[in-house]
Write a protein that binds this ligand. Structure first.
Ligand code: SF4
Length: 203
C-alpha cells in the first residue's frame, strides 16, 4: 500500500471535527502522485458526498470544461478539497451547502497538508476562498490573489500557488454575461497556472 493510499484510508475514519457526523463519507482527493498541478476546492457537494469523488457535481462539470479550454488534462492533475466532508443544511427535501468555518478548515488542514506532502505537485491552484484560507489563513481574499503565481508552503510542501474563483461561482453569476465573464476568468487563471507550472518544471 502506498503512503497516499494509507492516508486516504486513515481519512475515511477521521473524526477530527464534527462534519463526519452528518456526511455520507470522506471524499478524499484523487489523481496520481507526482503530477505537476493540484487543484484544491472547498468541500464536497451533495453529489460528491453521495458518490465519494471530488468535483463530480455541477461545479465539477464547469471545472472539467474550463480545464479542457485551459489546455490541462484532468487525468494529469490531482483534485481535492480543503475540507473532506460535506457540510449542509436542510431546505425542504434538499441538502444545501454551508461554508465550513475556520476551525473545520484548520482541522481538515491536517489532511491537505499530508496530501500535498505526499503528492508533491509543483503548483497548487486554489479554487475559491476556503482553499485560500486553508493555505494562507483567514485573511485570504480571492480578489487579492486571483491570477497571481506566488510562492507558498503548507507543512513540508513548498511550491507555487495560483488563486482563482471556485467553479460554483460561475453558476452563481447574476446573469449570463456575469457567468460568461466569471468562466472566462477561471479559464484564464487555469491557463496561467499551466504555464507557471511548466516554467517551474524547466528550472
Ligand atoms: S471534515 Fe476533515 S477534519 Fe473534519 S471529520 Fe471530515 S475529514 Fe476529518
Amino acid at each position: 500500500m502506498t503512503s497516499w493510499q494509507k492516508l486516504r484510508d486513515e481519512a475515511a475514519q477521521c473524526t477530527r471535527c464534527d462534519l463526519y457526523r452528518r456526511a455520507t463519507q470522506t471524499v478524499f482527493g484523487e489523481g496520481r502522485t507526482g503530477v505537476s498541478i493540484a487543484l484544491v476546492g472547498e468541500q464536497p457537494g451533495d453529489q460528491e458526498d453521495k458518490q465519494g469523488h471530488p468535483f463530480v457535481g455541477p461545479a465539477g462539470r464547469i471545472l472539467d470544461r474550463a480545464l479542457v479550454e485551459a489546455g490541462i488534462d484532468r487525468d494529469d492533475v490531482y483534485v481535492t478539497n480543503a475540507v473532506k466532508h460535506f457540510k449542509w443544511t436542510e431546505r425542504g427535501k434538499r441538502r444545501i451547502h454551508q461554508r465550513p468555518n475556520g476551525s473545520e478548515i484548520r482541522a481538515c488542514g491536517f489532511w491537505l497538508e499530508a496530501e500535498l506532502g505526499t503528492v508533491r505537485p509543483r503548483l497548487v491552484v486554489l479554487l475559491g476562498a476556503v482553499a485560500g484560507e486553508a493555505m494562507f489563513g483567514s485573511r485570504y481574499r480571492v480578489g487579492e490573489h486571483k491570477g497571481k503565481a506566488e510562492q507558498a508552503s503548507l507543512g513540508s510542501w513548498r511550491g507555487l500557488v495560483v488563486g482563482t474563483i471556485h467553479p460554483s461561482a460561475v453558476l452563481r453569476g447574476p446573469d449570463s454575461e456575469g457567468r460568461d465573464r466569471a468562466y472566462a476568468g477561471l479559464v484564464a487563471d487555469l491557463a496561467m497556472a499551466r504555464e507557471a507550472a511548466a516554467e517551474e518544471g524547466d528550472r
